[in-house]
Structures are given as structure tokens and as C-alpha cells.
Design a protein around this ligand. Structure first.
Ligand SMILES: [Zn+2]
Ligand SMILES: [Zn+2]
Length: 221
């Protein structure tokens, strides 16, 4: 069901009262996300040692795997009732899609970053519960370099996801929105915020590779 402008405004005010504390700073949240992820990436780069040509394959393979995870995670648990994933995933449809609609896509101020960025504690879930176990498995079954390239690419992909999604919800007239490909990617995500389309189209937040492959790419035609 589409939401009226008044309903969105009312939801935004309720969300702010309920979830955004007086001490919250959107810029600190963004800074934490960027710096923790960059630290993980730098640690992985420093750990690499004489990477063999075949080992570099870990980068494109991880990229495709991450794109598929983004697609399936968003299409499945985030848009269906489930209890298997942490709350920020479960609340995606009722919160992120109510805070931002096709006609109201932008932040009002930096405190609204909370409605887009994953909570910093989720970094533990991504890195500790996901990248670390798979990385350890690769470390012992394939090679340390493959493991570090996997974690490096996963972290870079996560950062790319957070920053792109953040940019889609910035004012359309800002310089960020004029970066190459940004308007195409933003348009792709804005269609996903149309409540009549959100359950069926445009589940990739970054690059719509899986949307294209699985026939859920909506261009507006
Ligand atoms: Zn969004
Ligand atoms: Zn969604």
C-alpha cells in the first residue's frame, strides 16, 4: 500500500522518538562504519604475502558471491517475515521502506542516517559471524592469501554497499548524486522504494547483476 506524505511524516517522527537517542550522531555513525571497515581491509592487505596469479581469483569470486548474498538476503529475509536474522534485517520493510518512499527518498538531517546505516554492532555480525568463519575455512583449506583476499573483498563490498545506499538517500542536487553512474544506481534503488514494486524488483543495492540475471530488474518501463 502506498503511503501518503502525512503517513511518512508521522512514521519518521515516531521512528526518531523511538530509536534515535539524543546522543546519536549520524556523522559519528558513518565515521565508525568507514573506519572499522577500512581497518579490516588494511589488516588484510598487510597480511598478503606473494599472492599467486590463481589466488587473485578470490577477488572476483567473492565479489559475485557478495552480489548474490546481497540479492538473496534482501529478497528473502528482509522482505519476508523471519526470525532467523538480527532485528535490523527483520525490520527492513516496516522501517526502512516506511521512512523512505519513492516520493520521499532523502534524509532531513544527519540524525536520519540511522534509518539507512547498519548499527555498528552489526559489523560484529558481518565480520565475526560471517567473514571470519569462512575466512578461517579458506585459510586452512586453500591458502592464507585466499582467506585474506576473501575478507578484504567482503569488507570492501560491505563498505561499498553502505556508502552507495547512503548516497541514494542524500539530496538529489548534491555533488555526490552527480558522480558517474550514481543517477542510474539511485534510480534503480528508488524504484525499489515504490511500495508496489518493493517485493518483486530491484533487490541489489549496489550493482544490479543478480537483478539482471534473475529477471527482477525494473527500469521504469
Ligand atoms: Zn534505501
Ligand atoms: Zn527493500
Amino acid at each position: 500500500m502506498p503511503m501518503s506524505a502525512e503517513q511518512v511524516e508521522q512514521f519518521r517522527n515516531e521512528f526518531r522518538t523511538k530509536y534515535i537517542s539524543a546522543r546519536y550522531s549520524g556523522w559519528r555513525h558513518l565515521g565508525l562504519t568507514v573506519s572499522i571497515t577500512l581497518l579490516v581491509m588494511i589488516a588484510c592487505i598487510l597480511a598478503l604475502n606473494n599472492v599467486l596469479p590463481l589466488e587473485w581469483l578470490a577477488v572476483p569470486v567473492t565479489f559475485v558471491y557478495a552480489n548474490l548474498t546481497e540479492y538473496l538476503g534482501h529478497k528473502g529475509p528482509m522482505h519476508h517475515k523471519t526470525r532467523i536474522l538480527p532485528l535490523p534485517f527483520q525490520r527492513h520493510t516496516v522501517e526502512h521502506h516506511a521512512f523512505f518512499t519513492e516520493t520521499r527518498t532523502t534524509f532531513d538531517n544527519s540524525r536520519d542516517f540511522k534509518a539507512v546505516l547498519f548499527p555498528p554492532v552489526m559489523l560484529l555480525f558481518f565480520f565475526g559471524g560471517f567473514a571470519l568463519p569462512v575466512g578461517l575455512l579458506l585459510y586452512y583449506t586453500l591458502s592464507p592469501n585466499v582467506a585474506f583476499l576473501f575478507v578484504l573483498t567482503s569488507a570492501a563490498y560491505f563498505l561499498n554497499y553502505e556508502l552507495l545506499h547512503f548516497c541514494y538517500h542524500i539530496d538529489e542536487n548534491s555533488w555526490v548524486s552527480k558522480l558517474p553512474f550514481m543517477s542510474t544506481l539511485r534510480r534503480h534503488h528508488t524504484f525499489h522504494h515504490n511500495r508496489r514494486l518493493m517485493s518483486n524488483y530491484n533487490f541489489n543495492i549496489t550493482y544490479p547483476i543478480c537483478d539482471y540475471l534473475f529477471g527482477s530488474y525494473y527500469r521504469g518501463d
